[in-house]
Design a protein around this ligand. Structure first.
Ligand code: SF4
Length: 343
């Protein structure tokens, strides 16, 4: 266990995911693969975490999956290439400062800011089987802002659709800094968005890949399952018979090729599909080949970690993160005059 967090001159980046279970290709391409690149560039001090308290905002009635799902997510982080020697990997619920800061920031956050967050109404409308008229659900953006501000990151890597959350975090930080200062200094720097590529990734039914649609390909799916899922994937509706030409730009399998296949394979797909020279089964086989090639090393890494090693990694990372979070809380409490200012 590390007692101190060594200062780094590199800009800090921080991001996390809710533990919804084993991660799928959409999670991988939209976030995880980008995080690994940021880590491996050596330019950033990286903090990545499992936002398990966030799962409570919608799954409070049955919490039995949250802990096992957190284990699967950390395994997927490690499998994808996040390395605890280079990156601080931690679990939100192990760090009580993640509960303290939202309590304090909640005091200054106007209700209207929370009600206008796009996902607030959207999720209430979509998750009709759950009662989301709770204090915790309305307040989750404050929890998210606190998760970020605790580590004073320079950047939060997100895809386009997550930018609103970082904007709210910036507004909360600005409001805090307007009310409170420590020795005339602002203590919660506003983080910037680091826009990361988030390619269009359809699920097997052609809609956006999402666990709630049941159309995912998991990064831990074994090869036969990947091939089977590909076989059932929808294609360009214009290709009813083998001799009908199609268009990869109107086909979800074509979208997968664009993300995962080599330029040579992609050229064969365009030629063969538009001339009806190839069948969809053959084309799907090529897409499966490309996926399996990417997933094989990820799955080999996943199989190497024992439960004991995973626990050690989470414990050590959470200890390091807690030390950093407490540094921020010391300043926050002092700026709010809840404790005497440090001399
Ligand atoms: S050949 Fe490939 S790209 Fe064309 S419709 Fe069939 S699966 Fe889609």
């Amino acid at each position: 266990m590390s007692d101190t967090v060594s200062p780094s001159s590199r800009p800090r980046v921080l991001s996390g995911m809710r533990p919804t279970g084993k991660l799928h290709l959409g999670n991988y391409m939209g976030a995880l693969a980008n995080w690994v690149k940021l880590q491996d560039s050596g330019q950033y001090e990286c903090y990545f975490f499992i936002a398990d308290w966030h799962a409570l905002t919608t799954d409070y009635a049955d919490t039995s999956n949250i802990e096992p799902n957190s284990r699967e997510v950390i395994l997927d982080y490690l499998a994808a290439g996040l390395d605890p020697a280079k990156t601080v990997l931690f679990q939100q619920s192990r760090i009580s400062q993640h509960a303290e800061l939202p309590l304090l920031l909640g005091m200054i956050t106007p209700l209207g800011w929370l009600e206008r967050v796009p996902s607030y109404k959207e999720m209430q409308e979509n998750l009709t089987n759950k009662d989301l008229t709770t204090y915790g659900f309305l307040g989750y953006p404050v929890l998210m802002a606190s998760d970020i501000l605790l580590y004073q990151p320079k950047y939060v890597p997100v895809g386009q659709d997550q930018q609103a959350h970082v904007e709210l975090t910036r507004e909360v930080a600005r409001r805090f800094n307007n009310f409170y200062k420590l020795n005339n200094r602002e203590v919660l720097p506003e983080p910037d968005v680091l826009l990361t590529p988030s390619p269009k990734l359809p699920g097997t039914d052609g809609r956006k890949m999402s666990k709630s649609y049941g159309n995912t390909i998991l990064i831990s799916d074994p090869e036969p399952i990947v091939r089977q899922k590909l076989k059932t994937m929808v294609t360009d509706p214009a290709r009813i018979r083998r001799k009908d030409p199609g268009d990869p730009d109107k086909c979800p399998v074509g979208d997968l090729h664009k993300v995962f296949s080599t330029p040579e394979t992609l050229a064969k797909v365009y030629d063969g599909c538009r001339s009806a020279g190839i069948g969809c089964i053959e084309c799907k086989g090529w897409a499966a080949d490309a996926l399996v090639q990417i997933l094989n090393p990820i799955q080999e890494r996943r199989a190497r970690f024992t439960p004991g090693e995973v626990e050690d990694i989470l414990k050590d990372g959470s200890d390091r993160a807690r030390t950093r979070a407490e540094q921020t809380m010391v300043e926050v409490r002092a700026a709010m005059k809840l404790t005497p200012a440090a001399k």
